[in-house]
Design a protein around this ligand. Sequence first.
Ligand SMILES: Nc1ncnc2c1ncn2[C@@H]1O[C@H](COP(=O)(O)OP(=O)(O)OP(=O)(O)O)[C@@H](O)[C@H]1O
Length: 365
Amino acid sequence: MRISEINYINFRNLKDNNLKFHRKFNLFLGKNGQGKTSILEAIYFSATGKSFRTSKNSELIRYGLQKTGAFIAYEDIVSEKSISVKLAGGKKEYSYNRKKVKYDGFHGKVNAVSFIPEDISLIVGAPGIRRSFFDYEIAQSNYDYFSDLKNYTKILKLRNKYLKEKQYTDPIFEIYQEEFIRLGARILKKRLEYVKNISILLNLNYRKLFDEKKELSLRYSCFLGEVKKATLEELESGIREKIRKNFSREKRYGYSIVGPQKDDFLFLLNEREAKSYASQGEKKSIVFSLKLAEIDMIIKEKRDTPIFIIDDISSYFDSIRKENILNYFNHRDIQLFISSTSDLGIKAKKFFIEKGDIHDGDKEC
Ligand SMILES: Nc1ncnc2c1ncn2[C@@H]1O[C@H](COP(=O)(O)OP(=O)(O)OP(=O)(O)O)[C@@H](O)[C@H]1O
């Protein structure tokens, strides 16, 4: 997949513009605070409908204004297409090939993977950060998971409401509970499969790029205890049994204490939890390897390459790691959008940014 151009208006500090991209390497160069992250964010936003650095949409709109929007033209393995997102009055409007669509008709059309310095929170942050990340990643290439997750979130809210209002003798509660178990099992099954597959890729990428002597793995920490492989029926009966054992506590607390919304994803470097034992440099390399594994997973599921966005590469990696990374991409057919304060000495289309104004230098250096 390739993005050929972007148009954006009122996006952060960026001056409204239309940019045409190179099929492979696109490099955004500028001093601090000029808008490098913002242009990468605009690309990510137009591809996915969300930001990679904030969950508050209003932050994306230029100070003092009421709306923003971004449009991209892209090419997938089949043909040329376009999508756009507009944001106004707290609401988003999506389009696909210039026709208005609901989010479902926009989601997953362009796959994007981003790597920003704040991604280190995927290792050091709270479990909710990892859950949101992996849920989004699985949903990017699997529509059933996206829809199961949406329905599970609704059912979880309803189940919690009934628990809080002590309405668990209501026959409707029983119906919600069955749906909670059914969807919970489907989510668990998909997460377990995903972790198994991505863990292999994660280790391969880590060893190839950063340290061939170490073993990196991802482990799913499940509220059911250790589950490696199970059928949907086995998972459903596991959840049912867990609810039975914990129901008096759930009634006392007034919310669900059982379910995949409680689970975590653990990174293990040589079998030790990276959060507590890995060095800063190792943590950065783990996150980067995760992003590469994510790219491989998308290629496997969608049979097309996602675009890859890397923010602030110069300050994040030392020169050896940076060189390894750039060499790695020389051999892969993936469109890259990289920001940096200094030139990287790579063959790329260069865009220079000053106070939100972007112009491209040489067509292709
Ligand atoms: N909604 C907004 N409207 C206008 N300006 C904004 C908005 N949000 C952030 N800014 C400003 O945009 C500028 C560029 O921010 P950005 O994070 O893109 O810079 P950067 O080039 O990536 O900097 P650094 O290299 O320091 O990370 C900053 O001065 C920031 O305060």
